[in-house]
Design a protein around this ligand. Structure first.
Ligand SMILES: [Zn+2]
Length: 284
């Protein structure tokens, strides 16, 4: 019953957000699976570290090219960084929607409609999107009442779009499409590691993750920073699971399985000696 090739729909708030699961997507495109990558905004109002840097300088030292850069130019730069970074992982179907920023579900009804149209067009098997849960945002386990997080608002918009796409529309000739909750995943970066359901071994994609990180010049990224970030972030995920580098995921709901089965990695963990594990983790 399982289809051999999967269609992935990835919906994120901003261009850089896809990188958190990029290694996993690279694995899938190289297996022949299809990936459509959507950002609900162009990211014009976030992570403009270059601009912040200039604004902090005394007026006479400011680079006017950066100070006077129009939001459109910054967005175009981000779009081209996204296309370059995504192509490293074999992703060419990229849709950058023009949601208002800060992104709020309630102010972007048109984006919800566009997302629903994309779901009906692509008819994806798998969805990877922003987490609708706010993790550790306040002291004493309290969650924030703020609604200005683009990522969480994107998750809410996606939920609405999935509802629309799954409902037969009067007058429409297009059959509804449903992505079951069991096929919906959130990148682990939005959660504590102990809450992850699984992680994907991206050891063979480490250099590509560094390269992609380095492409987001608009966000102030450069080689040493990019390498450090991926070494720490994907490295810590790998360390926790006995491999070089990994990307964690949380499922939207528990999966229904025909039986318990073990992955080849789990079987290996039972037979490998600790020294063999250490050597494998550092690529020896
Ligand atoms: Zn973001």
């Amino acid at each position: 019953m399982a289809t051999s090739k999967l269609k992935f729909l990835v919906v994120k708030a901003h261009p850089h957000d896809f990188t958190h699961c990029a290694g996993t997507l690279g694995i899938h495109t190289s297996l022949g699976d299809e990936v459509t990558l959507v950002t609900v905004t162009g990211g014009a109002f976030i992570h403009n570290e270059e601009l912040e840097d200039e604004l902090r300088k005394p007026k006479e030292e400011q680079n006017l090219d950066i100070i006077n850069q129009a939001a459109d130019n910054y967005e175009e730069q981000k779009a081209s960084e996204l296309r370059d970074a995504a192509s490293i992982f074999g992703i060419t179907d990229i849709r950058i929607l023009s949601g208002n920023e800060p992104f709020k579900k309630s102010e972007n009804r048109d984006i919800i409609e566009q997302l629903a149209e994309i779901v009906l067009e692509i008819r994806p098997d798998v969805l990877i999107t922003q987490s609708p849960y706010i993790n550790d945002t306040g002291p004493h386990g309290l969650t924030s009442a703020s609604d200005i997080d683009d990522h969480v608002q994107t998750a809410y918009a996606v939920a609405d779009a999935l509802y629309l796409a799954a409902s037969p529309r009067p007058g429409s000739k297009v059959p509804p499409h449903r992505i079951p909750p069991q096929a919906q995943f959130y990148p682990g970066v939005y959660f504590n590691r102990r809450d992850w359901d699984f992680s994907v071994d991206i050891t063979d994609w480490f250099e590509q993750r560094v390269e992609a990180e380095n492409m987001f010049k608009s966000q102030g990224h450069y080689e040493a920073f990019s390498r450090k970030r991926i070494e720490i972030a994907a490295g810590a995920a790998g360390w926790a699971t006995g491999t070089g580098y990994a990307e964690g995921f949380v499922r939207a709901t528990a999966e229904l399985l025909p039986k318990i089965s073990l992955s080849e990695y789990t079987v290996r963990a039972a037979t490998e000696s600790p020294l063999e594990t250490h050597k494998r983790m550092v690529g020896e």
